[in-house]
Design a protein around this ligand. Sequence first.
Ligand SMILES: [Zn+2]
Length: 333
Amino acid sequence: MKQIYWIGLLLLVVCSGLWAQTPLEKGLRTINRRSAEATVRFLSDDELQGREAGEHGSRVSAAYIASLLRWIGAQPLGESYFQPFEAYSKERQRKGRWEVHPDSVAKLRMEVHRKLSMRNVLGMIPGRNPKEYVIIGAHFDHLGTDSSLDGDCIYNGADDNASGVSAVLQIARAFVASGQQPERTVIFAFWDGEEKGLLGSRYFVQSCSYLSSIKGYLNFDMIGRNNKPDHPQHVVYFYTASHPAFGEWLKQDIEKYGLRLEPDYRAWENPVGGSDNGPFARVGIPIIWYHTDGHPDYHLPTDHADRLNWDKVVDITRASFLSMWRMANGKEY
Ligand SMILES: [Zn+2]
């Protein structure tokens, strides 16, 4: 009889522990290595042929990401999860940038030109205040293949940037799993055409009708490598200098949740360079950008999934879910 009493008491304690979990904690516990590996290993498989923008592998990647957003329960941002767009450039021997801006496009179309069709993938969770937005994003395209390379000719792009895509997907799931509607609408963005000149994020920003309502953008571009073998927890953390709260958040969360990260905090006046944070920073939107630095396999066919530091991918994903939670729900920052 006494035994039953103790078992009952134990169950009660365990259950009340589960019940006591906050929405934030419920979301946080869904983030795991297995899910990160599933996404990175699929996207960086040879069958995806290096996910070059406008090519078959990139289109398959977009379909895969949209399918997972649907599974997770994030809604499409527009009528579907896809935001199609086109880029134009000069005939290839004349060497020019790919352009998405209507003025440049109009000029290019007057002569012999090239055209590339791409699509961003955009999901969202509507906020209680539908007039304010926060965005978290990563590019999914990479460099494709080069059949003239002697040996491995597929640029798999496991770190660049399947790692970032896995983080955005896990954070979307964590927001849904929290069971709590965010204060602001949270947009989950997967950019196409980054390697050809930030085309997807540039197109999004130039065609967005509510830029002044976007309160922050968090970007991932490569979060899975150890460039410094003796500092496996090293991560570069760029953020808009006029928002010191972004730095404070990470410091507090690392401490509170025991995250195994040693960030190099880099407050940046005008963070327009490097990746998809650029187009957002250019129009005055505060940004955060996680990046684990260049490494010997950067932009080479050897950027393979088995070289990733999964613990780091997972802890950066956790840290950024915590930051996004504050960005989505905090009154001021
Ligand atoms: Zn990249």
